[in-house]
Design a protein around this ligand. Structure first.
Ligand SMILES: C[S@@+](CC[C@H](N)C(=O)[O-])C[C@H]1O[C@@H](n2cnc3c(N)ncnc32)[C@H](O)[C@@H]1O
Length: 204
């Protein structure tokens, strides 16, 4: 906690803590897996293997992966979120961890066949996002897949965050990390003027 890359040291933790286990108080808590992940799991022939969920929130993506046979690590900066995941899914096989994305354990680097990232990048200020993208990319093993769901923009003015929608041009940081873009779509988002970017990258 308190990392200079994070918008406010207690920002996410206080939202989860104050919610008092009411997901309706968490603006991003859909209480279901990210549609991109659901479709990918339905269609893919990749895996199962080792997966990691970045900024896992209340755990729905992690549980969907575990149900599909993946060996899942899921982490979030917020101890309250991780505690909530463990309460929601007491018999889960997911390894839920309190962990800061900006300070990853060395054994995690290059360790995962699938990295799932939904709406974490936009938690960081635009000038930090390329470095955040770098850290997310570093989790991937050779031949690994990375799924990204992010609110983004293609030239729209940036808003005062958090969150800070991701500029399409800044996604090039994934390519600079040696990943190949396999799939990209820009879909309507609930936020006027912004889009929901859905991407799949592959590591050679
Ligand atoms: C907008 S929420 C999205 C949560 C979840 N991925 C979802 O789609 O419902 C962003 C999440 O990123 C987490 N987060 C923010 N900064 C982080 C960091 N430095 N390391 C790990 N998680 C972080 C927050 O605690 C929060 O759960």
């Amino acid at each position: 906690m308190g990392d200079p890359h994070t918008p406010e040291p207690e920002f996410f933790e206080s939202i989860y803590r104050r919610a008092g286990r009411d997901p309706g108080s968490i603006p991003w808590a859909d209480m279901e897996p990210t549609p991109l992940l659901v479709r990918w799991l339905r269609d893919t022939s990749h895996g199962p293997g080792d997966a990691v969920v970045v900024g896992c929130g209340l755990g729905d993506d992690a549980e969907a992966l575990a149900a599909a046979g993946w060996n899942v690590t899921a982490f979030d900066l917020s101890p309250a979120a991780i505690g909530w995941c463990r309460e929601r899914f007491p018999t889960s096989t997911v390894d839920y961890r309190v962990q800061d994305l900006t300070d990853l354990p060395a054994p995690w680097l290059g360790a995962f066949d699938l990295v799932m990232e939904a709406r974490t990048i936009q938690s960081f200020r635009p000038e930090k996002q390329p470095r955040i993208i770098g850290w997310i990319s570093d989790l991937l093993a050779a031949q690994g897949r990375l799924l990204v769901a992010a609110i983004g923009h293609r030239g729209a003015p940036r808003v005062t965050g958090p969150p800070w929608p991701v500029a399409e041009a800044d996604l090039s940081a994934f390519l600079e990390r040696g990943l190949e873009l396999h799939d990209f779509s820009a879909n309507p988002s609930p936020w006027e003027g912004f889009e929901l970017f859905e991407l799949e990258y592959r590591k050679a």
